[in-house]
Design a protein around this ligand. Structure first.
Ligand SMILES: [Zn+2]
Length: 411
């Protein structure tokens, strides 16, 4: 094949192939390329200034997309410019976005593959190290986020996610309108959220925040009250139900585990059964749950309490919601279920924020969905030491999902 045809196959705008090597046994193709005759304008990589003269040139080898079954590398002739502002700098080439030995479109292909597969699998497919794949993916996501407009924040979610024994908690701030996480911070202190308000938003942006869905967690409330004066705090269903799930788990442990012996074996691994909603269970699972209930009335009662609390959010009028909650708390009497009594006190302490659900409309289930996305990323990726990477990953996940939905609707 001649170089001119290879130039057409390569398709780097402004560049032509002047030499090539094909190794049929190793299945590799190597192309040497340089600027086409008409493409003489150089761009400073420091400031973007256009320059005419080259200072000197060098060669750089990058891996590009494969050609048929041939692994392709491209050796690019690269110039340095003498910029009046930046001094001697390498020229800017769109296909070479970083110092890494890969072309932009190769990195894009790796990044796209990482959207639906774990880094390990992508690494195998492309013949790269996992760490290299993650570094490429991170650059791909950084380029994506730099090119897009950040949506305004009027309704926010604040959530905590447990990362593991070492890192413990991170604080997740999300945008409820777009369903995207916006910021991750270490730990879950007041200072964690303070940092978000201080570093990410202007005073004007902070004033525009109208509502926040948060957990009944004092440090977050204090931070929001300090920084976002117009923000109404809502203790939403997802967060309240998390506490209800904790309560039922405590009852389960008290009733079965501490008694030891054969009772212990019966409920081992049944935690999620008790945390699941009845309507979401199959007939077999319902039977399993019924067997546990037959053994222990108190666990049964706790389960009913959890299930009925869920219905609190079917009310849209403050009075009705309050009424229902009052009746729910009345049921606790004589039950001697300490974890639920504790929960009732917690709810009464945060009553105003719970009733805010009736006063401000916030999209339901968004915080939960974002939380779920991040957890599935954590499960799949095994250890995100780099929080920035985890954030970009979760953002991309949310954004591509909405893009997909828009596409489906249009079709
Ligand atoms: Zn410059």
């Amino acid at each position: 094949m001649r170089d001119r045809e290879l130039t057409r196959l390569l398709g780097w705008p402004g560049y032509r192939v002047y030499r090539h090597e094909i190794d049929e046994r190793a299945k590799t193709l190597k192309l040497w390329i340089r600027r086409k005759r008409g493409n003489r304008q150089l761009v400073c990589s420091g400031c973007g200034r256009k320059l005419e003269d080259a200072h000197d040139f060098s060669e750089r080898e990058v891996r590009d997309l494969p050609c048929m079954e041939f692994r392709t590398t491209v050796v690019v002739e690269l110039y340095r410019v003498c910029c009046p502002d930046c001094g001697i700098r390498i020229e800017k080439v769109p296909q070479l976005p970083s110092k890494a030995p890969f072309s932009k479109r190769f990195e894009d292909a790796v990044g796209q593959a990482c959207e639906s597969a774990a880094a390990r699998q992508v690494a195998l497919r492309f013949g790269l190290a996992s760490s290299t794949v993650r570094a490429i993916d991170l650059r791909y996501l950084e380029r994506w986020v730099a090119a897009r407009r950040t949506p305004g924040l009027t309704q926010m979610g604040v959530d905590e996610i447990h990362l593991g024994k070492k890192q413990k908690f991170i604080t997740v701030v999300s945008n409820l309108d777009t369903g995207e996480p916006v910021w991750f911070g270490r730990e879950r202190k007041k200072e964690s959220l303070d940092e978000f308000f201080r570093t990410e938003l202007s005073a004007g942006q902070r004033k525009r925040i109208a509502a926040a869905c948060v957990d009944m967690w004092e440090p977050y409330r204090l931070s929001i009250e300090q920084w976002a004066p117009n923000c109404r705090i809502i203790y939403d269903k997802f967060h309240v139900m998390q506490h209800a799930n904790q309560a039922i788990d405590e009852v389960r442990r008290a009733e079965f585990f501490r008694k030891g012996g054969p009772m212990r074996g019966l409920v081992k691994g049944k935690r999620w059964l008790l945390l699941s909603r009845w309507t979401n269970l199959s007939a077999g699972k319902r039977q399993e749950l019924n067997r546990i209930f037959a053994l222990n009335r108190r666990v049964f009662k706790a389960y009913l309490l959890k299930e009925s609390l869920d219905r609190l959010w079917t009310y849209h009028y403050e009075g009705a919601m309050l009424n229902y909650l009052q009746r729910w708390i009345d049921q606790l009497r004589w039950q001697r279920l300490a974890p639920f009594q504790k929960l009732a006190l917690l709810l009464l302490d945060h009553l105003d924020g719970i009733l805010n659900y009736c006063r401000t409309k916030v999209p339901l289930g968004v915080v939960e969905a974002i939380n779920g996305n991040i957890k599935s990323l954590l499960r799949r990726g095994r250890g995100y030491k780099n929080l920035r990477y985890l954030l970009l990953k979760a953002q991309r996940m949310a954004a591509t999902r909405t893009e997909f939905m828009v596409f489906r609707k249009a079709a």
